[in-house]
Design a binder for this molecule. Structure first.
Ligand code: NCD
Length: 320
């Protein structure tokens, strides 16, 4: 079958970082996500994609908890007819006996999956896995490193709302030191023209200097502040995140999260959007969910499945 004709070894199309993408490629993936999303929603059209990748197997290997990334990859694959396997319970595998990531990846490879989706607590784990994998590895979050598929869905959500990614004023807030979603998003914004990015965080949770240097070199105007206003009131997009409690370093514990409640969100511009990768803890109150600008529990989440469908197809079919 077509899915097995893809090149092996070094030509395998792994997805490890947002650096692999450019704006035209993302534009094509977003168009395809539009089509695939519409096809899933439209029962009459569903059969046209229902067996798109019918001979392929997606394997999800998650060493860290996940709700949306794990499930949306599974549903994305299922809607295209793939077989879906995986584990979120590595404590019940030989990982708990000390098996290395490399050995586990080689084991999964022996059973001939089409693609492996990996989440792991160590930065660089996806790249390590890719080095020993004959099939594509998709990075679903590597520690403090990157979360490229989250960024695809974030950009897709912004693009669907505004019809563009250039020229936007974006606020990212919360734990910018330990968050991989904000790392990947900030880096990816460097692909677009005339982007203003404002980081709102406690001083101990500021964006790491190397990410900041990277995005400034790419032309993003980056400012940072510890004040919610006026940044929130001027933003087209507010992207809020939780404190990454599982990854806090010395000196970061005790940093109070900023809480967005109805009065703060009310001051956002009409037509702007409030995003969050989820899970949330206390940093956005439930009262905010009903605000029409809040898209985290609705469009943003569902877009994750649509864009992952397009991504899986791109990885497996080796199309441009
Ligand atoms: C994020 C992650 O795992 O980095 N979750 C997700 O995939 N949507 C964000 C987080 O855990 O805070």
């Amino acid at each position: 079958m077509e899915g097995r004709d893809k090149p092996l070894g070094s030509d395998v199309r792994h997805v490890l970082s947002v650096d692999q993408f450019d704006a035209p490629l993302l534009g094509r993936l977003f168009d395809r996500a539009d089509f695939l999303g519409q096809s899933v929603r439209d029962a009459r059209r569903h059969h046209t994609i229902g067996n798109l990748l019918g001979s392929d197997v997606l394997y999800r290997l998650f060493y860290e908890p996940s709700t949306r990334t794990y499930e949306s990859f599974g549903f994305a694959a299922a809607h295209m007819g793939m077989k879906v396997l995986g584990t979120q319970s590595v404590e019940f595998s030989s990982v708990s006996k000390g098996e290395t990531l490399e050995d586990t990846i080689q084991t999964i490879n022996a059973y001939l999956p089409s693609v492996i989706v990996l989440r792991h607590p160590e930065e660089g784990a996806a790249a390590r896995a890719a080095r020993v994998s004959q099939v594509p590895v998709i990075n679903a979050g590597d520690g403090r490193g990157e979360h490229p598929t989250q960024t695809l869905l974030d950009l897709y959500t912004v693009h669907r709302h505004f019809g563009r990614l250039d020229g936007l004023n974006i606020v990212i807030g919360g734990d910018l030191a330990n968050g991989r979603t904000t790392n990947s998003l900030a880096k990816a914004l460097g692909m677009y023209a005339d982007v203003s990015l404002t980081g709102i965080s406690r001083p101990e949770l500021r964006m790491s200097p190397h990410v900041r240097a990277r995005i400034e070199a790419a032309g993003v105007r980056y400012t940072e502040t510890s004040e919610l206003f006026p940044a929130l009131a001027e933003a087209d997009v507010v992207y809020w995140t939780r404190t990454q409690s599982e990854r806090l370093q010395e000196g970061q514990r005790g940093a109070e999260p900023y809480v967005l409640d109805v009065p703060q969100v009310r001051r956002m511009k009409p037509g702007s959007i409030l995003m969050h990768p989820l899970p949330r803890t206390t940093e956005i109150t439930r009262g905010v969910d009903a605000d029409p600008r809040a898209v985290y529990l609705t469009r943003q989440m569902q877009n994750g499945m649509f864009v992952r469908m397009a991504l899986i197809e791109w990885v497996l079919r080796y199309t441009d």
